[in-house]
Design a binder for this molecule. Structure first.
Ligand code: C5P
Length: 227
């Protein structure tokens, strides 16, 4: 039974207001995804590290990835994150009960120790689980005109992060049968089947680079070594 990291990296990063997809934007002198792969490369328990890029990707080949052992690239990204992951699962040629750890290319400040803890906690689990952090802020539901409709109780609410760790065949089945706009992470596809993934404590440093200012924050986290 293997543990395979699958990194969807086929997004265009439209919210970054940049022509270059965010995974290739400069972060501390390297493409952003370099930091993501560097963190995963430090996880000894991972047997394979597989990146899913778009078939139209013009950037991947312009970087030197030879320093990364265990790295494979699949050019089968889809129109949505869920499609990219599903295409990757079909193409990865894994055993049905291998574990896949799906991790956003856009989360470069991942602490490798958290991944090892997650693998230790979930290997043997009947479903799998995800890194997440409890919601800290008070949550407001907005109605038209940006007026507050009500305050949503935050008790028991967690923010999902990645990696999200599931069995290859079960995740492929969940994504294939549940595919839709409501599937914004792997766990939501499993939940649609009535399964209950485990929450594993993540880290506030494990941010997803989404907007331009996130790049500056990620650079500071990397410098501080807080990841
Ligand atoms: O856009 P968002 O930040 O939600 O993307 C999360 C991750 O999913 C990114 O690493 C992005 O490259 C990837 N993605 C993908 N295929 C898509 C859209 C997003 O692999 N069609």
């Amino acid at each position: 039974m293997k543990h395979i990291a699958l990194i969807p990296a086929a997004g265009s990063g439209s919210r970054m207001a940049s022509l270059t997809p965010k995974q290739y934007l400069d972060l501390s002198g390297k493409p952003l995804i370099w930091h993501t792969l560097s963190a995963l490369a430090k996880v000894a328990e991972l047997d394979r590290i597989v990146v899913v890029i778009s078939p139209e990707d013009e950037w991947w080949d312009s970087f030197d990835w030879s320093g990364f052992a265990r790295l494979e690239v699949l050019r089968c990204g889809g129109a949505s994150r869920a499609e990219s992951v599903l295409n990757g699962l079909y193409a990865v040629q894994a055993a049905e009960d291998d574990w896949v750890l799906v991790h956003d290319a856009a989360r470069p400040c991942l602490d490798p120790a958290l991944v090892s803890q997650m693998i230790a906690a979930l290997t043997g689990h009947p479903v799998g689980g995800i890194l997440a952090v409890p919601v800290a802020d008070t949550l407001k539901l907005a109605q038209a005109g940006q007026h507050i409709a009500h305050t949503h109780p935050r008790d028991g609410l967690w923010q999902a992060q990645t990696p999200q760790m599931f069995r290859v065949a079960q995740l492929a089945h969940a994504l294939a049968t549940g595919m839709g706009p409501d599937i914004t992470d792997e766990a939501s596809a499993l939940e649609k089947l009535g399964l209950q993934p485990q929450l594993i404590m993540g880290s506030p440093w494990n941010l997803k680079v989404t907007y331009p200012q996130d790049l500056r924050l990620a650079a500071l986290i990397l410098v501080a070594g807080q990841q």
